[in-house]
Write a protein that binds this ligand. Structure first.
Ligand code: NDP
Ligand code: 8X3
Length: 262
């Protein structure tokens, strides 16, 4: 019994994870879990000071940080192709970085917000995947965890382009499974509902009271709830692939159809 618990705590030993959006929320939480479990992490994000704080907290033995703006696709390729040899053989890709900007109607939306969501949630995600796949296919192993959302399945007012980017991630994940059959690479799309991270602060462009209101009077998921979920998926026996995993707080559910009456 003791031995199996010890193995559990070392589940990431020998694994190298590439994490996008490690400066906050789910990415930072999974970085902590993988390092605690003996694995190595390449942590990326735009905010260099946050990456420095991670190194201060977790040390640099198992952690390599790279300041990376994913909207610059040339920089994505450069980052992955110039990894030092002891971090180059990526086993786990956590395609997590992403954002929602605004919650307004489509007829009044800011086009540059739409472009940023598409460039980050879709374009960057496929570029990262394409480059990391070269490594995984060469090594005949890998785990790709994509961050989808309930917003990719269930429409809501103001979800317009954000939800559409997550619907893309859902279908891209399934299509990856089809293409990668026989290559020993697992692909999972995690689709959460409300989680309290910096997500709403970003959506409402720094308006803290609007962000706090989203989670007022209910218990949302936490960043570590999602990291724990990802850990559970990664720890499953190697022959099991979870295609899609939808997860919500108990205090969140669905609304009905809307009807415009005369
Ligand atoms: P956070 O805002 O806390 O984290 C988002 C991360 O994405 C940050 O580390 C940020 O880093 C990074 N990021 C954003 N834009 C870029 C960019 N251009 N280049 C590099 N990194 C970038 O949000 P969450 O942790 O909640 O969100 C993580 C993912 O989960 C997102 O894809 C989100 O859509 C999804 N999600 C979130 C839910 C929620 O309710 N919180 C629910 C369902 C899905 P930096 O700013 O330093 O660049
Ligand atoms: C984030 C969850 O419901 O705010 O993807 O769109 S939601």
């Amino acid at each position: 019994m003791e031995q199996s618990i010890k193995q559990e705590n070392n589940w990431a030993k020998g694994k190298i994870a590439f994490i996008t959006g490690a400066t906050s929320g789910f990415g930072a939480a999974l970085t902590r879990r993988i390092i605690a479990a003996g694995g190595k992490v390449i942590a990326t994000g735009r905010r260099e000071e946050r990456l420095d704080e991670l190194v201060e907290e977790l040390g640099s033995g198992q952690l390599l940080t790279r300041t990376l703006d994913l909207t610059d696709t040339d920089k994505i390729e450069e980052c992955i192709k110039t990894l030092p040899s002891d971090f180059a053989d990526i086993d786990i890709l956590f395609n997590n970085a992403g954002l929602a900007l605004g919650l307004g109607g489509a007829d009044a939306a800011n086009l540059s917000d739409w472009d940023t969501m598409i460039d980050t949630n879709v374009r960057a995600l496929v570029h990262v995947t394409r480059h990391v796949l070269e490594i995984m296919v060469k090594n005949n192993r890998g785990d790709i965890i994509n961050m989808g959302s309930v917003a990719g399945t269930y429409p809501y007012v103001g979800g317009n382009v954000y939800g559409a980017t997550k619907a893309f991630v859902h279908q891209f994940s399934l299509n990856l499974r089809a293409d990668l059959l026989g290559k020993n690479i697992r692909v999972t799309n995690i689709e959460p509902g409300m989680c309290e991270t910096e997500f709403s602060l970003v959506r409402f462009k720094g308006d803290k009271s609007a962000a706090d209101n989203v989670y007022k009077g209910m218990k949302p998921l936490s960043a570590d709830d999602i990291a724990l979920t990802v850990e559970s998926v990664l720890k499953l026996p190697a022959h099991i692939n979870i295609n899609t995993l939808e997860i919500m707080p108990v205090q969140q559910a669905f609304a009905g159809f809307a009807v415009n009456r005369d």
